[in-house]
Design a protein around this ligand. Structure first.
Ligand code: GDP
Length: 219
């Protein structure tokens, strides 16, 4: 029966994602300038979003570790692209934590530096397969998210919207935000049409996201 096949396929994809993210993921390096980027080996997926969107928490939830990606209240790493790889394994998949944007008090020069680094990275990274653009489910798309969508379209990097902190909303509210974000990205050239909902607090959607990322990695 087709339903059984679909269910089997989904189970296999989720299992593949689980196994990939259960491996020993480690911080490989933080990079503040394009000149410092590691060689582009294997494939990369990157995570972007406003500061405080829950990006570190989601990366930690993906890998099942409490402190791989540092949360926003530890400054220092925040202006860098941080690279995470599986210890001792050939470079099949690298996760890239992009610096959060939208600090209310950020100086213009910092915003310009952020945009420069991100633009150079996005434009030049041949092995970057997808950017997950994280959006706080309570707030939906903000002006600086829309600017980032424009940047992604301009650099023609494939991206997908992921709502975070879904546990903070009632189901109907969550569905409304998902529909709103899906409508906003529908006409954008490089966007994946499906919007994912996640919660690092409850684990909602985390296995689905692991499965999606694993599916980007060649067997
Ligand atoms: P980052 O700045 O994007 O890396 O955000 P963090 O991961 O540091 O999270 C920012 C704040 O949101 C922290 O106080 C987290 O505890 C909280 N947070 C992150 N993810 C979730 C979630 O899924 N649910 C809830 N309720 N809170 C979350």
């Amino acid at each position: 029966m087709p339903e059984d096949n679909d269910a089997d396929k989904l189970r296999a994809e989720i299992e593949r994602g689980r196994l990939l993210f259960a491996r020993p993921w480690r911080h490989r390096m933080g990079v503040a300038t394009v000149a410092g980027l590691p060689a582009a080996e294997g494939i990369e997926v990157a995570f972007a979003g406003r500061s405080n969107v829950g990006k570190s928490s989601l990366i930690n939830a993906l890998v099942g570790q409490r402190a791989l990606a540092r949360t926003s209240n530890t400054p220092g790493r925040t202006r860098e692209l941080n690279f995470f790889a599986i210890e001792g394994a050939p470079p099949g998949l690298t996760l890239v934590d992009m610096p959060g944007y939208g600090f209310a008090r950020a100086a213009k020069a910092d915003v310009a530096a952020w945009t420069g680094l991100i633009f150079d990275y996005l434009r030049g990274r041949a092995n970057l397969r997808r950017v997950y653009l994280l959006i706080d489910a309570r707030h939906g798309l903000k002006t600086n998210d829309i600017e980032t969508l424009a940047l992604l379209d301009k650099t023609a990097v494939s991206y997908q919207a992921v709502l975070t902190k879904a546990d903070k909303l009632k189901q109907a509210e969550l569905e409304a935000t998902m529909a709103e974000v899906a409508a906003a990205i529908r006409k954008r050239s490089a966007a994946h049409p499906l919007v994912l909902a996640t919660s690092s607090a409850t684990g909602l959607g985390v296995d689905a996201l692991r499965a999606e990322i694993a599916a980007l990695v060649p067997e």
